[in-house]
Design a protein around this ligand. Structure first.
Ligand SMILES: Nc1ncnc2c1ncn2[C@@H]1O[C@H](COP(=O)(O)OP(=O)(O)OP(=O)(O)O)[C@@H](O)[C@H]1O
Ligand SMILES: [Mg+2]
Length: 302
Protein backbone atom coordinates (compact mmCIF):
# COMPACT_ATOMS: atom_id res chain seq x y z
CA UNK A 1 0.00 0.00 0.00
CA UNK A 2 1.27 3.47 -0.87
CA UNK A 3 1.19 6.60 1.29
CA UNK A 4 -2.14 8.30 0.76
CA UNK A 5 -1.91 11.06 3.33
CA UNK A 6 1.12 12.78 4.72
CA UNK A 7 1.02 15.22 7.61
CA UNK A 8 4.41 16.93 7.80
CA UNK A 9 5.48 19.02 10.76
CA UNK A 10 1.86 20.04 11.19
CA UNK A 11 1.64 22.85 13.70
CA UNK A 12 -1.31 24.84 15.03
CA UNK A 13 -1.02 28.09 16.92
CA UNK A 14 -4.15 29.80 18.22
CA UNK A 15 -4.12 33.46 19.17
CA UNK A 16 -5.19 33.86 22.79
CA UNK A 17 -5.44 36.89 25.10
CA UNK A 18 -2.24 35.66 26.76
CA UNK A 19 -0.38 35.44 23.44
CA UNK A 20 -0.03 32.74 20.79
CA UNK A 21 -0.77 29.22 22.08
CA UNK A 22 1.00 26.43 20.21
CA UNK A 23 -1.43 23.53 20.58
CA UNK A 24 0.09 21.01 18.16
CA UNK A 25 3.72 21.12 17.06
CA UNK A 26 5.56 19.09 14.42
CA UNK A 27 2.87 16.43 14.19
CA UNK A 28 4.13 13.90 11.64
CA UNK A 29 2.09 11.02 10.29
CA UNK A 30 1.81 9.00 7.08
CA UNK A 31 -1.30 7.00 6.37
CA UNK A 32 -1.38 4.36 3.66
CA UNK A 33 -4.20 4.01 1.18
CA UNK A 34 -6.96 1.90 2.68
CA UNK A 35 -5.57 2.10 6.20
CA UNK A 36 -7.73 2.69 9.28
CA UNK A 37 -5.92 4.81 11.83
CA UNK A 38 -7.25 5.80 15.24
CA UNK A 39 -5.96 8.83 17.13
CA UNK A 40 -6.08 8.79 20.90
CA UNK A 41 -4.90 11.24 23.54
CA UNK A 42 -6.08 13.15 26.56
CA UNK A 43 -8.93 15.61 26.33
CA UNK A 44 -7.66 18.95 25.09
CA UNK A 45 -4.38 17.67 23.64
CA UNK A 46 -5.33 18.69 20.10
CA UNK A 47 -6.89 15.65 18.40
CA UNK A 48 -9.81 17.60 16.92
CA UNK A 49 -7.40 20.34 15.94
CA UNK A 50 -5.39 17.86 13.83
CA UNK A 51 -8.55 16.35 12.32
CA UNK A 52 -10.07 19.73 11.51
CA UNK A 53 -6.87 20.81 9.71
CA UNK A 54 -7.08 17.61 7.68
CA UNK A 55 -10.74 18.38 6.95
CA UNK A 56 -9.66 21.83 5.76
CA UNK A 57 -11.90 23.48 8.36
CA UNK A 58 -9.03 24.88 10.42
CA UNK A 59 -6.11 26.85 9.04
CA UNK A 60 -2.69 25.21 9.20
CA UNK A 61 -0.16 27.43 11.02
CA UNK A 62 2.99 25.63 9.87
CA UNK A 63 3.79 22.44 8.01
CA UNK A 64 1.42 20.87 5.52
CA UNK A 65 -0.84 18.01 4.50
CA UNK A 66 -0.70 16.12 1.23
CA UNK A 67 -3.70 13.96 0.31
CA UNK A 68 -3.48 11.69 -2.74
CA UNK A 69 -0.54 13.68 -4.07
CA UNK A 70 -2.08 17.14 -3.63
CA UNK A 71 -1.40 19.69 -0.94
CA UNK A 72 -4.55 20.55 0.98
CA UNK A 73 -5.67 24.15 0.89
CA UNK A 74 -9.24 23.97 2.19
CA UNK A 75 -12.30 21.79 2.64
CA UNK A 76 -13.65 19.57 -0.13
CA UNK A 77 -15.92 16.63 -0.86
CA UNK A 78 -12.84 14.40 -1.22
CA UNK A 79 -13.00 14.15 2.58
CA UNK A 80 -16.06 12.75 4.31
CA UNK A 81 -16.37 14.05 7.85
CA UNK A 82 -18.38 12.53 10.70
CA UNK A 83 -18.56 14.43 13.97
CA UNK A 84 -19.95 13.42 17.36
CA UNK A 85 -23.26 14.97 16.37
CA UNK A 86 -24.26 14.70 12.71
CA UNK A 87 -25.77 18.22 12.32
CA UNK A 88 -28.59 17.19 10.02
CA UNK A 89 -30.86 19.79 8.50
CA UNK A 90 -34.03 19.36 10.59
CA UNK A 91 -36.50 20.20 7.82
CA UNK A 92 -35.13 17.52 5.48
CA UNK A 93 -35.71 13.78 5.68
CA UNK A 94 -32.83 11.33 6.20
CA UNK A 95 -32.87 10.67 2.46
CA UNK A 96 -32.85 14.37 1.58
CA UNK A 97 -30.00 15.04 4.01
CA UNK A 98 -27.88 12.41 2.25
CA UNK A 99 -28.99 13.60 -1.20
CA UNK A 100 -27.73 17.12 -0.50
CA UNK A 101 -24.11 16.03 -0.83
CA UNK A 102 -24.80 13.34 -3.44
CA UNK A 103 -26.39 15.90 -5.78
CA UNK A 104 -23.30 18.10 -5.50
CA UNK A 105 -20.68 15.41 -5.95
CA UNK A 106 -22.40 13.23 -8.57
CA UNK A 107 -23.95 16.07 -10.56
CA UNK A 108 -23.14 14.28 -13.84
CA UNK A 109 -25.04 11.13 -12.78
CA UNK A 110 -28.71 10.71 -13.63
CA UNK A 111 -31.37 11.44 -11.02
CA UNK A 112 -32.08 7.69 -10.76
CA UNK A 113 -28.39 6.92 -10.13
CA UNK A 114 -28.14 9.60 -7.47
CA UNK A 115 -31.25 8.26 -5.76
CA UNK A 116 -29.73 4.77 -5.89
CA UNK A 117 -26.57 5.98 -4.13
CA UNK A 118 -28.45 7.65 -1.27
CA UNK A 119 -30.79 4.68 -0.85
CA UNK A 120 -27.90 2.22 -0.95
CA UNK A 121 -25.96 3.87 1.89
CA UNK A 122 -29.04 4.50 3.99
CA UNK A 123 -29.94 0.83 3.62
CA UNK A 124 -26.42 -0.35 4.47
CA UNK A 125 -26.44 1.63 7.72
CA UNK A 126 -29.79 0.07 8.60
CA UNK A 127 -32.16 2.91 7.76
CA UNK A 128 -33.93 1.29 4.81
CA UNK A 129 -37.29 1.80 6.50
CA UNK A 130 -36.61 5.26 7.92
CA UNK A 131 -35.37 7.23 4.91
CA UNK A 132 -38.39 9.46 4.85
CA UNK A 133 -38.23 10.47 8.48
CA UNK A 134 -36.99 13.85 9.61
CA UNK A 135 -34.21 14.04 12.25
CA UNK A 136 -36.69 14.84 15.04
CA UNK A 137 -38.33 11.46 14.45
CA UNK A 138 -34.99 9.59 14.60
CA UNK A 139 -33.08 8.37 17.66
CA UNK A 140 -29.57 9.68 18.28
CA UNK A 141 -28.10 6.43 16.93
CA UNK A 142 -30.27 6.66 13.81
CA UNK A 143 -29.18 10.25 13.24
CA UNK A 144 -25.58 9.18 13.50
CA UNK A 145 -26.29 6.44 10.96
CA UNK A 146 -27.51 9.17 8.59
CA UNK A 147 -24.25 11.05 9.22
CA UNK A 148 -22.23 7.94 8.35
CA UNK A 149 -24.33 7.27 5.23
CA UNK A 150 -23.91 10.89 4.18
CA UNK A 151 -20.11 10.71 4.50
CA UNK A 152 -19.77 7.41 2.62
CA UNK A 153 -22.23 8.43 -0.09
CA UNK A 154 -19.77 11.06 -1.31
CA UNK A 155 -17.21 8.34 -2.15
CA UNK A 156 -14.51 10.42 -0.48
CA UNK A 157 -10.78 9.81 -0.76
CA UNK A 158 -10.61 9.87 2.98
CA UNK A 159 -12.94 9.51 5.92
CA UNK A 160 -12.41 11.70 8.98
CA UNK A 161 -14.28 10.83 12.16
CA UNK A 162 -14.18 12.80 15.40
CA UNK A 163 -15.54 10.65 18.23
CA UNK A 164 -18.50 9.66 16.05
CA UNK A 165 -19.97 7.33 18.67
CA UNK A 166 -19.16 9.39 21.75
CA UNK A 167 -22.77 10.24 22.52
CA UNK A 168 -24.23 6.78 22.01
CA UNK A 169 -25.03 4.00 24.47
CA UNK A 170 -22.61 1.10 24.40
CA UNK A 171 -24.87 -1.31 22.50
CA UNK A 172 -25.60 1.18 19.71
CA UNK A 173 -21.94 2.10 19.73
CA UNK A 174 -20.88 -1.47 19.06
CA UNK A 175 -23.50 -1.88 16.34
CA UNK A 176 -22.31 1.25 14.59
CA UNK A 177 -18.65 0.27 14.95
CA UNK A 178 -19.55 -2.86 13.00
CA UNK A 179 -21.49 -0.85 10.40
CA UNK A 180 -18.52 1.49 10.03
CA UNK A 181 -15.90 -1.23 9.69
CA UNK A 182 -18.05 -3.15 7.17
CA UNK A 183 -18.54 -0.03 5.07
CA UNK A 184 -14.86 0.89 5.30
CA UNK A 185 -13.87 -2.60 4.26
CA UNK A 186 -16.28 -2.67 1.34
CA UNK A 187 -15.22 0.77 0.07
CA UNK A 188 -11.45 0.41 0.67
CA UNK A 189 -11.42 3.86 2.21
CA UNK A 190 -8.63 5.51 4.15
CA UNK A 191 -9.84 6.55 7.59
CA UNK A 192 -8.60 8.63 10.49
CA UNK A 193 -10.78 8.47 13.58
CA UNK A 194 -10.43 10.26 16.89
CA UNK A 195 -11.60 8.25 19.86
CA UNK A 196 -11.23 8.17 23.62
CA UNK A 197 -12.10 4.50 23.74
CA UNK A 198 -9.14 2.09 23.62
CA UNK A 199 -11.42 -0.90 22.95
CA UNK A 200 -13.00 0.90 20.02
CA UNK A 201 -9.53 1.70 18.67
CA UNK A 202 -8.35 -1.91 19.06
CA UNK A 203 -11.45 -3.22 17.30
CA UNK A 204 -11.31 -0.79 14.36
CA UNK A 205 -7.75 0.30 13.70
CA UNK A 206 -4.77 -0.99 11.77
CA UNK A 207 -2.65 1.47 13.76
CA UNK A 208 -3.34 3.56 16.83
CA UNK A 209 -1.57 6.89 17.01
CA UNK A 210 -1.00 8.13 20.53
CA UNK A 211 -0.73 11.86 21.04
CA UNK A 212 1.21 13.39 23.89
CA UNK A 213 -0.34 15.98 26.12
CA UNK A 214 -0.28 19.58 25.02
CA UNK A 215 0.74 22.26 24.63
CA UNK A 216 2.90 21.55 21.57
CA UNK A 217 1.48 18.03 21.35
CA UNK A 218 2.96 15.56 18.89
CA UNK A 219 2.84 11.87 17.98
CA UNK A 220 4.21 10.10 21.04
CA UNK A 221 3.98 6.53 19.80
CA UNK A 222 2.20 4.34 17.28
CA UNK A 223 0.77 0.90 18.02
CA UNK A 224 0.29 -1.63 15.25
CA UNK A 225 -2.85 -3.71 15.76
CA UNK A 226 -2.04 -7.21 14.52
CA UNK A 227 -5.48 -8.84 14.64
CA UNK A 228 -6.64 -10.25 11.29
CA UNK A 229 -9.83 -9.00 9.64
CA UNK A 230 -12.70 -9.46 9.73
CA UNK A 231 -12.43 -9.13 13.50
CA UNK A 232 -14.78 -10.87 15.84
CA UNK A 233 -15.17 -9.04 19.11
CA UNK A 234 -15.65 -12.28 21.04
CA UNK A 235 -12.44 -13.74 19.61
CA UNK A 236 -10.49 -10.57 20.42
CA UNK A 237 -11.67 -10.66 24.00
CA UNK A 238 -10.34 -14.21 24.37
CA UNK A 239 -6.89 -13.22 23.11
CA UNK A 240 -4.21 -12.41 25.74
CA UNK A 241 -2.50 -10.18 23.13
CA UNK A 242 -5.59 -7.95 23.18
CA UNK A 243 -5.07 -7.22 26.86
CA UNK A 244 -1.34 -6.65 26.40
CA UNK A 245 -2.01 -4.02 23.71
CA UNK A 246 -4.80 -2.50 25.75
CA UNK A 247 -2.46 -2.18 28.70
CA UNK A 248 0.14 -0.54 26.46
CA UNK A 249 -2.38 2.10 25.37
CA UNK A 250 -3.49 2.75 28.92
CA UNK A 251 0.11 2.98 30.10
CA UNK A 252 0.76 5.57 27.39
CA UNK A 253 -2.22 7.64 28.48
CA UNK A 254 -1.44 7.32 32.18
CA UNK A 255 2.31 7.83 32.02
CA UNK A 256 4.05 8.50 28.72
CA UNK A 257 1.60 11.14 27.45
CA UNK A 258 2.99 13.17 30.36
CA UNK A 259 6.62 12.08 30.60
CA UNK A 260 7.29 12.63 26.88
CA UNK A 261 6.39 16.25 27.63
CA UNK A 262 8.47 16.35 30.81
CA UNK A 263 5.28 16.55 32.83
CA UNK A 264 4.61 14.51 35.98
CA UNK A 265 1.86 11.92 35.59
CA UNK A 266 -0.86 12.05 38.24
CA UNK A 267 -0.77 9.19 40.76
CA UNK A 268 -2.57 6.24 39.17
CA UNK A 269 -5.66 4.81 40.88
CA UNK A 270 -5.15 1.38 42.47
CA UNK A 271 -5.80 -1.48 40.05
CA UNK A 272 -6.03 -5.04 41.39
CA UNK A 273 -3.44 -6.94 39.30
CA UNK A 274 -4.51 -5.19 36.10
CA UNK A 275 -7.99 -6.66 36.47
CA UNK A 276 -9.71 -3.31 36.00
CA UNK A 277 -8.65 -3.06 32.38
CA UNK A 278 -10.05 -6.50 31.68
CA UNK A 279 -13.31 -5.80 33.44
CA UNK A 280 -13.82 -2.62 31.47
CA UNK A 281 -13.78 -4.51 28.19
CA UNK A 282 -17.25 -5.26 26.80
CA UNK A 283 -17.99 -8.98 26.85
CA UNK A 284 -21.61 -9.13 25.85
CA UNK A 285 -23.63 -7.43 23.16
CA UNK A 286 -22.56 -9.13 19.99
CA UNK A 287 -22.64 -6.58 17.16
CA UNK A 288 -25.26 -6.99 14.49
CA UNK A 289 -24.18 -7.14 10.87
CA UNK A 290 -25.83 -4.63 8.55
CA UNK A 291 -27.68 -5.84 5.47
CA UNK A 292 -25.56 -5.87 2.35
CA UNK A 293 -27.33 -4.58 -0.76
CA UNK A 294 -25.58 -4.45 -4.11
CA UNK A 295 -23.28 -1.47 -4.74
CA UNK A 296 -24.90 1.01 -7.16
CA UNK A 297 -23.26 0.75 -10.57
CA UNK A 298 -22.39 4.45 -10.61
CA UNK A 299 -20.13 3.84 -7.61
CA UNK A 300 -18.42 0.71 -8.86
CA UNK A 301 -17.76 2.46 -12.17
CA UNK A 302 -16.06 5.47 -10.55
N1 LIG B 1 -10.23 28.52 18.39
C1 LIG B 1 -9.45 28.27 19.42
N2 LIG B 1 -8.76 29.27 20.03
C2 LIG B 1 -7.94 29.03 21.05
N3 LIG B 1 -7.71 27.78 21.58
C3 LIG B 1 -8.36 26.76 21.01
C4 LIG B 1 -9.26 26.94 19.92
N4 LIG B 1 -9.76 25.72 19.57
C5 LIG B 1 -9.20 24.83 20.41
N5 LIG B 1 -8.37 25.45 21.27
C6 LIG B 1 -7.57 24.80 22.31
O1 LIG B 1 -6.76 23.82 21.69
C7 LIG B 1 -6.61 22.71 22.58
C8 LIG B 1 -6.92 21.46 21.83
O2 LIG B 1 -8.31 21.45 21.49
P1 LIG B 1 -8.95 20.21 20.72
O3 LIG B 1 -10.39 20.49 20.59
O4 LIG B 1 -8.17 19.96 19.49
O5 LIG B 1 -8.67 19.04 21.77
P2 LIG B 1 -9.12 17.50 21.74
O6 LIG B 1 -7.89 16.70 21.91
O7 LIG B 1 -9.96 17.25 20.55
O8 LIG B 1 -9.99 17.40 23.07
P3 LIG B 1 -11.30 16.52 23.38
O9 LIG B 1 -10.79 15.12 23.53
O10 LIG B 1 -11.80 17.07 24.66
O11 LIG B 1 -12.26 16.68 22.25
C9 LIG B 1 -7.50 22.97 23.78
O12 LIG B 1 -6.69 23.44 24.83
C10 LIG B 1 -8.43 24.06 23.31
O13 LIG B 1 -8.79 24.89 24.36
MG1 LIG C 1 -11.98 16.78 20.28
Amino acid sequence: MSDHVELSNLTKTYPTPGGPAVIVKNFNLRIRRGEFVCLIGHSGCGKSTVLSMLAGLNEISEGGIVLAGRELTGPGPDRGVVFQSPSLLPWLTAYENVMLGVDQVFFTASAAERRQIAEYYLTVVGLGDAMDKRPAALSQGMRQRVGIARAFALSPKMLLLDEPFGMLDSLTRMELQQVLVDLWNRNHLTALMVTHDVDEALFLADRIVMMTNGPEAFVGDILHVPFPRPRDRRVLLEDPEYYRLREELIEFLEVRAYTLKNQSPPPSPPRPDGAASREAAPRSAVPMAAPCPTTPSVLSAS
